[in-house]
Design a protein around this ligand. Structure first.
Ligand code: IPD
Ligand code: CA
Ligand code: CA
Ligand code: CA
Length: 262
């Protein structure tokens, strides 16, 4: 397989940030941690990884824009292209020594996500896709699952933390979904949740109150793996709304009817 120059730049940046995060993960007790909001943490590791991604991605493509979770916002000379980056998705897992977190990098062109990389350094799994080129995990093509029966399927989501007001909605989702499926997981990284739908590990995923950097790379990876991914509000915008639903093609309708209460 041959990837475009941009995808190679993204993979190289993800690996470099990954090395920095793995080092910090081994000495997690020495990180300075602060809270941005209730239950929403940021550490020196998140900021260091964002700086590496900024240097690598902007160094290679100085005219593109850049949006990163930890405060980097650059309006590029080229207004049509923008990197959208989550330097560490799963900070809470990371700070608790749980090896389930990732780096997420997307490239947006004229409002569409055209390339995405989600890298899990602890497992050395690099999920990636480019529009029209299929989705990959390391050197393997990946596909969304082929399951067709709700009762055999499993789903991932995020649970509202720190007293968030969307708790009743999520509890309603769970009370309607749990009786008709094989299980729901909350592993703590929205980016990996989407990568796992693309790889056929989960049959679907939904979450409210996310941000562009949590979702962007996953959009193209799920689509290129043959999955369906949409904003939770069918009239909304998938990147800016921060509310997303995705599943394999066979189950999407049944699953989305439950979550959308349609
Ligand atoms: C979080 C993770 C988590 C999701 C949260 C996100 P962060 O991202 O994706 O799974 O439930 O809503 O904020 O803050 O660890 O990058
Ligand atoms: Ca965060
Ligand atoms: Ca995130
Ligand atoms: Ca993050």
């Amino acid at each position: 397989m041959t990837f475009s120059a941009n995808l190679n730049i993204m993979m190289k940046a993800a690996r470099k940030a990954g090395r920095s995060l793995v080092k910090d993960f081994r000495e997690v007790e020495n990180l300075q941690v602060s809270m941005k909001g209730a239950g929403d943490f940021v550490s020196r590791a998140d900021v260091a990884a964002e700086n590496i991604l900024k240097e690598e991605l902007m160094g290679a493509r100085p005219t593109y824009g850049f949006l990163g979770e930890e405060g980097t916002s650059i309006a590029g000379e080229d207004p049509t292209r923008r990197w959208i980056v989550d330097p560490l998705d799963g900070t809470t897992n990371f700070l608790h020594g749980l090896p389930h977190w990732a780096i997420s990098i997307a490239l947006e062109h004229k409002g569409q996500i055209v390339s995405g990389v989600i890298y899990d350094p602890a497992k050395d799994e690099m999920f990636m896709a480019e529009k029209g080129e299929g989705a990959w995990m390391n050197d393997m093509r990946i596909r969304a699952s082929g399951r067709t029966r709700m009762i055999e399927s499993i789903y991932a989501t995020g649970l509202p933390f720190g007293g968030r007001a969307d708790l009743p909605e999520t509890l309603k989702d769970l009370s309607q979904l749990l009786p008709v499926c094989a299980g729901v997981r909350r592993w703590g990284s929205a980016a990996l949740d989407m990568a796992y739908v693309a790889a056929g590990r989960y049959d679907g995923f939904w979450e409210r109150r996310l941000n562009a950097w949590d979702i962007a790379a996953g959009i193209v990876i799920v689509r290129e793996a043959g999955g369906l991914i949409q904003p939770l509000n069918p009239e909304g915008d998938i990147v800016s709304d921060g509310e997303v639903i995705c599943a394999n093609e066979a189950l999407f309708d049944k699953f989305s009817k439950i979550i959308r209460r349609a």
